[in-house]
Design a protein around this ligand. Structure first.
Ligand code: MCF
Ligand code: FE
Length: 404
């Protein structure tokens, strides 16, 4: 058992309690959180201006693309997509053991205890199965050509089986349907059936670009040109609302949603869906900014994630939420900061189905500690000061064990 004490303890419990001069006792689970805890254990005081809070959770990454620094085109979604198709194989081959290790190291240093990984090929499995961080490994399906449906599905099933063999306490499985424009409805239905039967979380990219809406609604625009390069008489496969409906009675997180309209957000809310917001990715592909006000009005729990190095320069979640704080100029920084801290802890845990993300009795002891440069007088501003001044942590505990 370990007992830590810090000047500030952010619990991220329902009441968003912040405890001044707080303490936490844990083994692999959290045993008690509070003040002046009556216990014979010797406490470790973390020093002046120290903070204890739940470790962060990066719900959505694409680590297979971690060798990208300058290959891909930024500034326009379609140009980016074309550059992905052009460089995909090189980038995948360029990411081997050291590349995965350094991606994980970056996340670990910045206080991330768990991440959602979208696996396009399954080749990442051998590098990720012994990760020191918790993983939810989303096998991704992609393919809209009806002639290839069978082959794609068989390959997908084989990848699920391989990932199932690796499953343990720290390695969980999920499924990913790439997007409404890139996956044939037959495949979509089959994958959702598997998710329901095996009770697996799902992630899907949704309404990332204006081009996606134009294509899905009218079969027009830049996607028309894109698809006509590959198939004759290409037609959209599904309309946006019908797409959302497919995910009823599942645990699904819709990634991006920058161009989701009110009606679509309402449906996402009604089916109990989550949203992942990737502000830096959206900025670099120049697709616009998610309307967080609407997302909140529909009470959709949102989390913030980095996406992959395919559309980000970093996998550091403190940097990501700082970017969000500075981009959403319509929201008050003090309240937005509170929400953003929630978005990378408790909300992220719910989206991935993990038993962490808050400091409460019975939760996994996934905890970070770090120090602020000075004292924070007004505790209401603590989330904002944390976001402004933190890039890396001093200690990361996963299931109560320190991860160096
Ligand atoms: O989230 C970003 C942008 N939107 C869509 N896909 C991806 C993102 N980062 C990587 N991807 C992957 C996706 O998983 O790129 C491929 C898929 O395998 C795009 S489709 C050729
Ligand atoms: Fe993504």
């Amino acid at each position: 058992m370990i007992k830590l004490k810090a000047d500030y303890v952010l619990t991220l419990n329902e009441k968003y309690e912040i405890i001044k001069d707080g303490e936490i006792i844990f083994d692999d689970k959290i045993i008690e959180v509070g003040k002046d805890l009556d216990n014979s254990l010797t406490e470790i005081y973390l020093g002046k201006n120290s903070v204890i809070m739940p470790a962060l959770i990066n719900t959505h990454t694409h680590l297979e693309f971690s060798s990208n620094y300058t290959h891909l085109e930024y500034g326009d979604f379609m140009n980016w997509l074309n550059s992905v198709l052009e460089h995909r194989e090189d980038l995948f081959h360029g990411c081997k053991s050291e590349c995965y290790k350094s991606a994980i190291k970056e996340m670990k240093k910045s206080g991330i205890c768990a991440f959602g990984q979208i696996s396009s090929t399954g080749n990442d499995l051998k590098y990720l199965k012994h990760s020191p961080l918790k993983i939810v490994y989303f096998n991704e399906i992609i393919g809209s050509n009806p002639a290839a449906v069978d082959m794609i599905y068989q390959d997908f099933l084989a990848r699920i089986r391989e990932s199932e063999e690796v499953q343990n306490e720290k390695f969980k499985i999920g499924l990913s349907i790439h997007s409404p424009y890139s996956v044939h409805p037959i495949l979509m239905k089959k994958v959702i059936e598997i998710a329901k039967n095996k009770n697996l979380p799902i992630q899907t990219h949704f309404m990332e670009s204006k081009a996606e809406r134009k294509w899905l609604e009218n079969g027009e625009g830049e996607f028309k040109i894109f698809f006509e390069k590959h198939f004759k008489n290409a037609k959209p496969l599904i309309n946006p609302i019908e797409f959302i409906e497919q995910f009823k009675d599942t645990n699904t997180t819709f990634i991006h949603c920058v161009h989701a309209n009110e009606n679509e957000l309402k449906r996402i809310s009604e089916i109990g869906g989550y949203i992942t917001h990737c502000p830096i990715s959206n900025r670099l592909l120049n697709v616009g900014l998610l309307n967080l006000e609407s997302v909140k009005n529909f009470s959709i729990p949102y989390n913030v994630a980095t996406d992959g190095k395919s559309s980000n320069y970093s996998l550091n979640l403190f940097k990501e939420i700082r970017a969000a704080l500075l981009m959403h100029t319509d929201l008050h920084p003090k309240y937005l900061a509170k929400d953003l801290i929630k978005s990378v802890t408790i909300n992220a845990a719910k989206s991935l189905g993990l038993n962490n993300g808050s400091l409460e009795k019975g939760k996994d002891a996934d905890i970070i500690t770090f120090k602020l440069p000075n004292k924070v007088k007004n505790l209401e501003l603590l989330p904002l000061q944390i976001i402004l001044h933190t890039n890396k942590v001093d200690n990361l505990y996963i299931n109560g064990k320190e991860v160096k």
